[in-house]
Structures are given as C-alpha cells and as structure tokens.
Ligand binder design. Structure first.
Ligand code: OSB
Ligand code: MG
Length: 370
C-alpha cells in the first residue's frame, strides 16, 4: 500500500446548532463548537476528521477547546511531514500525550480517510468491514413527561429505526419506561443512564429487569468497572459500558471482571479507528457484542461511524441516525440518509462523503493552518 506524508493541516473551528435540544442526565445541549480536522497529503489529497467533543466536560474530561489546544500544541506537530506507512502507526505517535482521546481520534481518523483515498479504497475495506448495509437505532433525550416520550418512540418506530435508546436519570426512569412498554410491548428498547446512579440504587435498578430491555447503558460512574461488575451479578438485563471503556486496556479489564455483557464503541472515546478496531476484535473473541455509539456528530464523524459499523461484531444497531435528525443542514454531501432503518454504506474511497466547504465556511469561528 502507498504510504502518506501529511504536509498541511487545516483546523476549522465551527459552531453548529442542533434541530432540537438533547437532554441527558448531565444536562441539555442545543449547540456546540466542533473542531474539524482537514489533513492534506504530499499529493494534495485531503482527509477529514472531527472532535466529537462538546462545550462542557460532562461526558468525559475533554471539551472542544481542550481538544483544539491538544491538536495545535502537541498532536499536529507529532505527525506533520512524517512518512506514515499505515494509519495504524498514528496512535503510537501520540503515545507521549496521556489520554485526550477525542483530540487524538479527530486527527487519526482524518489520516485514515486520506490514506484510504490515496490507496483508492473505501475506508471500511481497509478496516476489515464485511457489511454493505447497517442497521440504525435512535437515541432519545430525556423528555418533559412520559407521554412526550411515548409519542417520540412511536414516531421513530414508525420511521423504521431498529432500536430505540431512551436516556434515563433518577426521577426520569421507571415511569417513563413503563409508559413506553405499556404502549409498545415489543419494541427493541434500551436505556442509557450516563453514570447517573450508584450501587446504593441497586434495588431501584433491579426494577428495570421487568421491562425486557436489550441493555442498560452506563448506569454507574464514568470511570468505574468494579461496581458495574457487582451490579451485573444482581441484574438480569445486560449492562453495556460506554464511558468506562475508554481504551483497549479498560475493555480487557472490564471483560475480565464481568462489568458488562455489551460494549458501546465510540471512535472518539477510545482514541481513534485503530483502537476501536482492536476493542471490536477483543470483544468478538470473548463473545461480547458491540455497537457504535454517537456523540451528536456532524456528517464527518457520522461517516467514520458508518465505516466502522461494517465490522462483523457490530451486531446491535448503532446510534448513527441520518443527518436530518440532528441538523437543518449537514456539512457533508450527500447527507446521511436511511431507508426503513437501514443505511447503505457508501462505496466511494475514504469516508465516502464529500465535505461541503461552503457549509463549513458559513459556520466558521476560527481557522488555523499548520
Ligand atoms: O452516552 O451515548 C451517549 C450524546 C452525547 C453524549 C453522550 C451520548 C450521546 C447520545 C447521542 O446518546 C447519540 C447520537 O449521536 O445520536
Ligand atoms: Mg452512552
């Protein structure tokens, strides 16, 4: 395969507004800044990645501002003008920087895109993907009342989504799920608590076992794998880990401890596509199914999510809803679309979608070039 050398990086800081506010156990988001990474190789080909960060350090320790800082000060200088034989090398070039996985992933994924384009291959082929179509689920934020939630779930089921994920928090849990189940007893349903509970809530959480949920995502602390193992032993419903599995090593230890039976893989959280693939392979060898989580990405991050979801152990529908569900207008062309809950994986080289520079420019806050 042809190696690459990144001769230039453009870092576009943009401001985007969601169509509707999204509420989780840690707060409500309506708009955010995103760092868009554009790498240019020695032959002028471009690759794209994005920081899947938000403005607040509530999901993990990173924010868009910290990610941009890490990129400018440490990560971009670490790869600029270096001969890169394969994008698998990039995460190791970042070894001197602790964590900051979303910052690393923004640049690493852009390098995968340009490498795939250089070699005239769709990214999923380089990753070992096997699917031409992927199944899509919908993540629903906390609603004002159970009735509002039931209405939303009905709408999304009608649109064809293959899995419905409902955000929960203390005070917005059992009554909401009961209301959904009374109206829609058979819908593939799961909940995501974003770390809102502790082991003291064990009797309360056990009540969720009644509702035939596919899984309970990240009920306990963002950095915990011990208490999750204790809780899993008391629950029939599988626990799915999100926040706690931020690296290959944490995935390995969580599997060893039995902290959950399913893992949500987010490329940004684990530091890029190579690490996402390693965790996928590890889970596959332990019969742990995985699915691709979302971070309310623009089309660039979503395109990478679609590519990784083609790997064989992504057996549960991911949070890769179409562009129209997030944005009045996405920054990629064509936008991500879905037909009865199925996205056709693009066959073009790299991420398979073009970035619309005019749409980037309209939202631009700051541009820096290296
Ligand atoms: O925990 O999966 C999560 C959004 C922001 C932060 C954390 C999470 C989410 C989502 C949204 O659930 C998924 C999506 O992109 O649709
Ligand atoms: Mg989650």
């Amino acid at each position: 395969m042809k190696s690459i050398r990144i001769d230039k990086v453009n870092l576009h800081l943009i401001d985007v507004s969601l169509k509707a506010p999204f509420t989780t156990s840690f707060g409500t988001m309506q708009s955010k800044k995103v760092g868009i990474v554009e790498v240019v190789d020695q032959s002028g080909l471009t690759g794209w990645g994005e920081t899947v960060t938000s403005d607040e350090p509530d999901y993990n320790e990173e924010t868009t501002v910290t990610a941009v800082h890490m990129l400018e000060k440490f990560l971009i200088p670490a790869i600029l003008k270096k001969e890169i034989a394969h994008p698998d090398e990039v995460f190791d070039l970042f070894h001197f920087v602790r964590r900051n996985h979303m910052a690393k992933a923004a640049l690493e994924t852009a390098i995968w895109d340009v490498f795939a384009k250089k070699n005239e291959k769709p990214l999923h082929q380089l990753l070992g993907g096997v699917k031409e179509k992927i199944e899509v689920g919908k993540s629903i934020g906390i609603q004002p009342t159970p009735a509002h939630l039931v209405e939303k779930v009905e709408q999304y089921v009608h649109e064809g989504f293959k899995k419905i994920k409902v955000k929960i928090a203390p005070g917005a849990d059992l009554a909401y799920i009961r209301a959904v189940r009374e109206k829609l007893p058979d819908v593939p349903l799961m909940v995501d608590a974003n770390s809102a509970y502790s082991l003291q809530d064990i009797e309360h959480l056990k009540k969720l076992d009644e509702y035939n949920l596919i899984m309970i995502e990240q009920p306990l602390a963002h950095d915990d794998i011990i208490d999750h193992a204790k809780l899993q032993r008391q629950l029939q419903t599988p626990i799915c880990l999100d926040e706690s599995v931020y690296s290959f090593e944490t995935a390995k230890k969580a599997i060893e401890l039995g902290s959950g039976r399913i893992i949500n893989i987010k490329i940004g959280r684990v530091g890029g596509l190579r690490e996402a693939k390693r965790i996928h392979d590890l889970c596959q060898s332990h019969n742990i199914p995985v699915w691709c989580g979302g971070m309310l990405e623009t089309g660039i991050g979503r395109a990478h999510n679609i590519q990784i979801t083609t790997l064989p152990n992504f057996t549960i529908p991911g949070d890769t809803a179409p562009s129209q569900h997030y944005w009045d207008e996405d920054i990629i062309s064509p936008e991500v679309t879905m037909d009865h809950g199925i996205i056709k994986v693009p066959t073009g080289s790299g991420i398979g979608y073009e970035v619309d520079r005019n749409k980037l420019k309209k939202r631009l806050v700051h541009l820096a070039s290296f």
